[in-house]
Design a protein around this ligand. Structure first.
Ligand code: GNR
Ligand code: NI
Length: 174
């Protein structure tokens, strides 16, 4: 297992549409193990493979509370097959957009279809933080970020902040 670097805005790879996994081989299993390690270390409650620079439809997630037992879940090729009409607002953050938190409205409940690590098709009902997080992660697989769900004005200033930050870091490195 190994920690991987998490890419941050304005890295253009965050806008890629990730490719479906066709074979769950050792490379995918290593990727999943590395993603769990990277996610727990961050710490984060979810991670999409593109956040470690791999454009494959792989997600890790653990929304268990701090004092409870760990509940690591891996989703290969996840898709939302049903979403409730009722919506929920949750203050979201993203490891690829550090230190920014904004309210996002999404369906309150969803049904997710995915492959487990043995390649079996599974379905799971999600609500609460789990529903919010899995939708946030599936967005990543489609090149969508939570700031795409907030006002244009806020998104504009957040994008600008990270573009400036990257320019400053590039200059400092010279
Ligand atoms: O760690 C994370 N917390 C979080 C909080 C509210 C809604 C979504 C998330 S996901 C985020 C980790 C991350 O960036 N996953 O892509
Ligand atoms: Ni994220």
């Amino acid at each position: 297992m190994a920690l991987r670097d998490i890419i941050v805005l304005p890295d253009k790879r965050l806008r890629l549409v990730s490719e479906p996994v066709t074979l769950i081989d050792d490379e995918i299993k290593t990727l999943v193990a590395d993603m769990f390690e990277t996610m727990y270390k961050a710490p984060g409650i979810g991670l999409a493979a593109i956040q470690v620079g791999v454009a494959k439809r792989v997600v890790t997630l653990d929304v268990s509370r701090k004092d409870d037992e760990k509940n690591p879940k891996a989703f290969i090729n996840p898709q939302i097959v049903w979403a409730s009409e009722d919506l929920n607002v949750y203050e979201e953050g993203c490891l690829s957009i550090p230190d920014i938190h904004e309210d996002v409205e999404r369906p309150e409940k969803v049904k997710v279809r995915y492959l487990d690590l043995e390649g079996r098709t599974r379905e799971e009902d999600a609500d609460g933080l789990f529903a919010t997080c899995i939708q946030h992660e599936i967005d990543h697989l489609n090149g969508v970020l939570f700031i795409d769900h907030i006002s244009r004005l806020k998104r504009h200033f957040i994008t600008k902040k990270f573009t400036k930050l990257a320019a400053r870091k590039a200059t400092a490195a010279e």
